[in-house]
Design a protein around this ligand. Structure first.
Ligand code: GLY
Length: 349
């Protein structure tokens, strides 16, 4: 079992456990507390069988357990779903001593985290991400939220008390989900752990997940412990997201694929601003993992408009995270010609 702790100041605020066979023995891994009476499990349809295993484990501890199904994917991330869940929790009589347990992909854990942060002004949250993307990114680090017009426009920063990652579950993922998570895991390697980049170079998409997840979370826990509310350092976790997010919205592709394409664009910005000379190597690695390196057909004007929307939220102009080297990230504000060149490199003209 691997264990990581996220701290705020010197205080431990969130614990992440990575192991095998965690789901069927979930009760053992809840934070120890005497006063807990109920656990409400929020679960996506595709993981209801796993949720049943969690229920069985919790019932052995004489806890009252309910399962509240969530819609699949982003359809879970709406304020009206949050309202429905809050009404259910109230009907069940969940108190501040009780626990929300979110299980599923990133959309499920984002929603569960937001519900737990806001119901009764905050109750304990435990998350079990069941996708690689959720395990290495969405469920870890306390960014919760729902979509209101824009993606994650309404949300709060609040850590889950515990995140439980069952490697057996991740190993059973279909290739398409494995690849999407691989983009975020590789991103974490690029900004914070060259050994993780090396692991992918050596093993490709078959890199052992225990090590991938442990290394990615090692980076994330370190960054988030230093800068929980994204005042500075945490921005490096957005490597590949500036162009990636615009392509995700404009082309309607998955977040993981968009981040892969966005990292190619960020490589160009890095080359032109800080002289990053391993951009081709980076692009080859992304391609060798079966991830896209070029955008689907999208309109340049639309992409620029979407990037400008982000710009409004950052007073310094369009912000790119770039690499000076693998493991050495930096934030830059490139000029328009550099942004255009980076978009050209991913097939947007
Ligand atoms: N997904 C980036 C972060 O957690 O900050």
């Amino acid at each position: 079992m691997q264990r990581f702790v996220i701290t705020e100041g010197d205080e431990p605020v969130s614990e992440i456990l990575i192991g095998r066979g965690l789901i069927p023995e979930m009760a053992r891994y809840l934070p120890q507390r005497e006063d807990r009476r109920q656990v409400a499990i929020l679960a996506q349809p595709t993981v209801l069988p796993l949720a049943d295993a969690v229920v069985a484990s919790l019932l052995e501890q004489d806890l009252d357990v309910s399962v509240i199904p969530l819609p699949d994917g982003e359809a879970a991330k709406t304020l009206s779903i949050v309202e429905d869940i809050a009404l259910d929790l109230n009907r069940l009589g969940l108190t501040r001593a009780d626990t929300i347990f979110g299980i599923g992909g990133g959309a499920a854990t984002d929603t569960a985290g937001f519900v737990a942060a806001t119901y009764l002004r905050g109750i304990e949250c435990v998350l079990a991400p069941t996708t690689l993307l959720g395990a290495v990114d969405a469920a870890v680090g306390g960014k919760t939220g729902v979509n209101v017009g824009g993606k994650n426009l309404v949300g709060v920063f609040r850590h889950p008390a515990r995140v439980l990652i069952d490697i057996d579950v991740l190993e059973a993922l279909p290739m398409v989900l494995l690849r999407q998570g691989t983009a975020e895991a590789l991103k974490t390697g690029f900004v914070g752990d060259p050994d993780l980049v090396e692991l992918y170079r050596e093993h490709g998409i078959d890199a052992p997940l225990e090590e991938v997840v442990g290394r990615a979370i090692g980076v994330k826990a370190r960054v988030v412990s230093e800068d929980f509310r994204e005042g500075g350092l945490r921005a490096v976790l957005n490597y590949g997201h500036t162009a990636g997010h615009a392509v995700e919205v404009a082309a309607g592709i998955s977040h993981g694929e968009a981040v892969a394409i966005g990292m190619v664009a960020a490589g160009v910005v890095g080359e032109q601003t800080v002289g990053f000379d391993r951009r081709a190597e980076q692009e080859q690695l992304i391609a060798s993992l079966g991830l896209p390196t070029r955008s689907p057909d999208v309109d340049l004007g639309e992409i620029e408009r979407l990037m400008l929307l982000d710009k409004k939220r950052d007073t310094g102009g369009i912000r790119f995270v770039v690499l000076e080297d693998f493991g050495v990230p930096r934030v830059v504000h490139p000029d328009d010609a550099t942004v255009r060149a980076s978009l050209h490199a991913i097939g947007i003209d």
